[in-house]
Design a binder for this molecule. Sequence first.
Ligand code: SF4
Length: 356
Amino acid sequence: MGLLYSKMKIFHFTDKIDSLAPDVDKILPPVQIRIKPTNHCGHNCYYCAYRAENLQLGKDMNQADSIPKDKMLELIDDIIDMDIKGVTFSGGGDPFCYPYLLDAVKKLSNSPVKFASLTNGANLTGELAEVFAAKATWLRISIDGWDDESYSEYRGVRHGEFTKVMNNIRMFKKHSGRCFLGAVIVVDKKNASHVYESIGRLKDAGVDSVKVSPCIVSNIGVENNLYHWEIFKSVKEQTIRACNDFVDEAFEIFDSYHELDNKFDKDYSWCPYLQIVPVIGADLNVYTCHDKAYNLEDGLIGSVKDMRFKELWFSDKWSFFRVNPSVHCNHHCVSNAANRLILEYINVDKGHLEFV
Ligand code: SF4
């Protein structure tokens, strides 16, 4: 298995990288799009970043929003037309609650565009599960509780939901297909001592990969680090032990938990990644990225309500440079490290390239 979570993937798209800077007179399509088809979710996780009052992410989200079927199919036509390489369905809500997800992924299945989704796994059943197993590139299920009781506490769901989701994972692996099945453990103080056992249980259930991620509790890096400080060492020790005991050719663990420091402070004035992986929300607004979705003040690129996505994308190059990360983005950002690499690549003095 190659590296799945590498920041270097974007460097395989050299034309795109060379088109990003403000002084280049060329706009290319995004490489990938995240679509948030619905803001509805059957679970109610206490830490959900889209619903937390103190986080900028999701601050203008309306839980009733959902992309109309015709618009979704139009978006997919544009994505295929623009030669965008991948689509990830994510929240807002749970994409598997979206009534037209099956129509959307069937259409994508008949195109060269790869697709993937995040989900809580509760609705990973029936034809939708079969199509994902057969045609999706990957699927990732979020987990926090380690048994029925703790899972229900985290998510405000009925007792037995954890067992149901673990069964859905087992059943999913019985479908034939190429879909890579991942899980993400969202670590907070409550489940921090259960990380090792949770990874083992997920491997037993059949997942191919487990990502260990921090629960985000504040927009401010120092406050997040302070929250995680007392569990940091224990999570590290368990993750290393799990790597030693469980990782093999067919199973990987990605430690995103211990990269927290890398995701908050920005010292650059424009963002390459918002041209690489923009987000289309269930409100039909196009946002800069996953970390500024449903933030109308700082994250908005435009709207596809009365316009096709492909028209909007090529209509105003300067809409990509309104966000100044050093001013507007000193909160959690998954693309921070990749942004820094790209900016270093772009800013190399071309007169000195030969002196490698
Ligand atoms: S710097 Fe990060 S948070 Fe800001 S727009 Fe870019 S990807 Fe989003």
